[in-house]
Design a protein around this ligand. Sequence first.
Ligand SMILES: Nc1nc2c(ncn2[C@@H]2O[C@H](COP(=O)(O)OP(=O)(O)OP(=O)(O)O)[C@@H](O)[C@H]2O)c(=O)[nH]1
Ligand SMILES: [Mg+2]
Length: 334
Amino acid sequence: MRLAPRALCSAAQAAWRENFLLSGRDVARWFPGHMAKGLKKMKSSLKLVDCIIEVHDARIPLSGRNPLFQETLGLKPHLLVLNKMDLADLTEQQKIMQRLEGEGLKNVIFTNCLKDENVKQIIPMVTELIGSSPRYHRGENLEYCIMVIGVPNVGKSSLINSLRRQHLRKGKAARVGGEPGITRAVMSRIQVSERPLMFLLDTPGVLAPRIESVETGLKLALCGTVLDHLVGEETMADYLLFTLNRHRRFGYVQHYGLGSACDSIERVLKSVAVKLGKTQKVKVFTGTGDVNVIQPDYSAAARDFLHTFRRGLLGPVMLDLDILRGHTPAETVP
Ligand SMILES: Nc1nc2c(ncn2[C@@H]2O[C@H](COP(=O)(O)OP(=O)(O)OP(=O)(O)O)[C@@H](O)[C@H]2O)c(=O)[nH]1
Ligand SMILES: [Mg+2]
């Protein structure tokens, strides 16, 4: 998005933060350990499965995938679907593909499940992958069973619904929602194609029990894989502002009609709150009695900032741009 000349001028002069101050943030409690249960169930269904489709968010193609998937489910043919491509800045798509190939991920596809973009390519790719791998105990069985896995809220259930729309002209079979944790259990098989006869198993989103760095945790949080209140909306809004400025993505300035770009989350949220009329009465104790003061509602402003970002209204982003540019996360979780 373009900035007005005055704002552009001050944005160019501004010294943006190079690092996000992470001290004292307890990532461990953002990621519930109970997800191990889902993984166990997925493992036990594995012998029925011919191929694994791992769905991940296209805005974080290089970070935040659950390494346990590889360890426990890694023997099967694997396709990585990078979904929500409509929200991702894919200018560096080739570099991303090269990086993934370097990690051994050769079968990768970008999709938009809301608009069924590229979804039609998935079944031929999966059929080909299964065809070129030994089907262990299932040689005589002519139907395919695919397990869809991934971290929460990346669009696993949406992908199943999109495949059904595309191949069977049928409606929703899997529940979808804007919050993580919509799918709670490994579901019964859902048919997605007639020829070949193909069934998909939907699964609950599973996060890694240990996250590689706080910054990865914040990226996962921005993508909606963790409940916002566990991380804190204002912390997430600050990380979003830090990222947008670092990547010179100033769409928020125009969107909220701010005078100029700014790296102080307090100032941005104050302006957003005033602009949206999100203020609250706060009781202030003075020596002579209580006084009601009108203050900006920072939490409401932070929620609006995050919501606007997630709807793609601040423009497409690539949250892993730092990794593509060779930056390693500043702080690693012990
Ligand atoms: N912009 C955009 N949103 C999408 C896309 N695919 C899914 N969504 C939205 O992302 C949210 C999560 O979708 P789900 O299909 O429920 O995700 P899930 O991975 O099954 O989530 P859990 O079951 O909670 O793990 C919903 O609000 C979807 O509408 C996409 O390609 N683009
Ligand atoms: Mg789901």
